[in-house]
Design a protein around this ligand. Structure first.
Ligand SMILES: Cc1ncc(COP(=O)(O)O)c(C=O)c1O
Length: 494
């Protein structure tokens, strides 16, 4: 049977004006990539197979593939095949989006100013899997057999209350399981009544903002920091004050106007990877108490610490701390599960639960119950233990490549041996956005560090490299492809 790709080429070849066969094949494939018939990152047939289907010599197809690769339309991975590039060379010149990030159809729509700002700086990446996508766990190793067994049993006789709208901040069994897990694994002080199950950290931030921040209220965020915080807070018209992160210290913005919320990642600063000192944690807690502010502690990936003692959560440092603790199953299990949680101070818990049900119309009780069983039966803790070994090994592999090929100055001495990503530091002034784009054309996904700053002046340069979702074998070839872009585009010695 002929592949779709062969059909595409045959249909388009008749319309090309080129005379040589390999130009006709090249033109047909290029046109199919540009109009989206061949999707970004899709795998092309092996040259031998395509040549047979087209009734041509293999050399003709190889020449066409080589030309497409030289121009950045496809990239070849040894042992994996030839893939359509994620970003075509044309998209560097004209993206099909106008200056504020909208496609042509929506250009005439009058969006709110907040929406315009959001669209102009949209940050969520369309492709979320492959070397070196930061923040993504190895979802192929998820304990799917255990989870599907639990789900299949629950589906055999689903109770109606599992299939209707829910109320109460998450299924009680899951709230109990999370509270137990957090008390033991993260030294969080909580009972199930304080737990509110959300659709992930983003929803937890959104709810905190809606409940506690009025337009033009001040909030503090780490600089650099997680873009998700910035996006949600901008939509609430909050005034964002950056807290500069230096080593294990977080700077203080002007304290004359106390913030309503203070967003921090104390156990593993995102994205730099440092751990906030105990002294600064205590200072922040004292300050928040006296100023009437709430600290929002994002403990997104603390389960993955590969050496030294675990860093307990800031929330548990003192009783009744003014801390809203948030966490997620996106990093320990898989992101599309969309389940996260908040641990709320008692004064906030009931009101947040009521608002959560009214604003977002809760659901997913079925998934909650299955997840609770996964935790209670010990599969969750066992999975985390297994993944800790896998990620530690992948991190060590990547670090050794950086040290061998680039040098210790490309790693941050403050970054802890933890998490799903590391930051490859680049010399000041390097265009990390251009390097990240060039790497993407070669099939390597990275995120430029400069994009994680609210303020544009004086940003540090680097690349976030996620090692968790990259197989051991793929780490070295992907790193070498990235190194090629670095030596071409940054002021480093190769
Ligand atoms: C610091 C940080 N917090 C939260 C999240 C997202 O969590 P969720 O998937 O639960 O929204 C991410 C995702 O990369 C993150 O990097």
């Amino acid at each position: 049977m002929k592949s779709l790709c062969a059909d595409l080429v045959l249909q388009r070849m008749s319309g090309t004006t080129d005379t040589t066969l390999n130009r006709k094949v090249y033109e047909s494939l290029r046109a199919a990539i540009l109009d989206g018939s061949l999707q970004p990152l899709s795998l092309l047939p092996a040259s031998r197979d395509l040549a047979r289907e087209l009734g041509m010599s293999r050399n003709t197809v190889v020449n066409a593939y080589d030309q497409l690769q030289a121009e950045g339309y496809v990239h070849a991975r040894v042992g994996s095949g030839t893939f359509v590039a994620n970003i075509t060379p044309e998209s560097f010149l004209a993206t099909g989006r106008n200056a504020i990030g909208m496609d042509d159809e929506s250009a005439s729509v009058r969006f709110s100013r907040r929406a315009q700002s959001l669209l102009a700086n949209a940050s969520a990446a369309p492709v979320q899997w492959g070397a070196f996508m930061p923040g993504v766990p190895d979802v192929t190793l998820f304990p799917r057999r255990q989870f599907s067994r639990i789900l299949a049993r629950l589906w055999r006789s689903p109770r109606p209350e599992l299939l209707t709208y829910s109320h109460g901040g998450g299924h009680p069994a899951l709230r109990s399981a999370i509270a137990e897990h957090l008390r033991v694994a993260r030294s969080v002080r909580c009972d199930p009544d304080q737990i509110l199950v959300t659709e992930g950290v983003h929803q937890a931030i959104d709810l905190s903002m809606r409940m506690l921040v009025d337009p033009r209220d001040t909030v503090w965020v780490e600089e650099p920091g997680y873009w998700g915080f910035h996006k949600v807070l901008q939509m609430g018209s909050a005034v964002i004050r950056p807290m500069h992160v230096e080593g294990d210290d977080t700077g203080w913005p002007h304290r004359s106007k106390p913030p309503r919320l203070i967003f921090v990642t104390p156990s593993h600063q995102y994205p730099l990877g440092s751990v906030m000192s105990l002294a600064r944690r205590r200072e922040l807690l004292d300050f928040a108490r006296s100023a009437g502010s709430w600290i929002v502690e994002d403990d997104y990936d603390s389960e993955f610490r590969f050496s030294g003692r675990p860093i307990p959560a800031m929330q548990g440092l003192e009783p009744n701390a003014p801390v809203i603790y948030i966490g997620t199953f996106s990093k320990t299990l898989f992101p599309s599960l969309r389940v996260g949680y908040m641990v709320l101070p008692r004064a906030l818990a009931g009101s947040f639960r009521t608002a959560h049900a009214d604003l977002y119309r809760e659901g997913h009780a079925f998934t909650h119950l299955a997840l609770a069983e996964l935790i209670e039966q010990g599969h969750y803790a066992a999975h985390i233990r297994r993944m800790r070994v896998v990620y530690a090994r992948r991190r060590a592999l990547l670090v050794s490549l950086i040290l061998r090929h680039l040098g210790p100055e490309y790693l941050d001495p403050q970054a802890s041996n933890a998490g799903l990503h590391l930051v490859l530091r680049l010399p000041d002034g390097t265009d990390d956005v251009a390097i990240s784009r060039a790497a993407e054309v070669r099939g390597v996904l990275t995120r430029p560090l400069s994009r994680y700053y609210v303020r544009t002046g004086g940003t540090r340069r680097g690349l976030l490299l996620g090692y968790a979702c990259v197989s051991d074998e793929r780490i070295e070839p992907a790193f070498l492809a990235l190194k090629m872009c670095l030596t071409t585009l940054s002021p480093i010695s190769g």
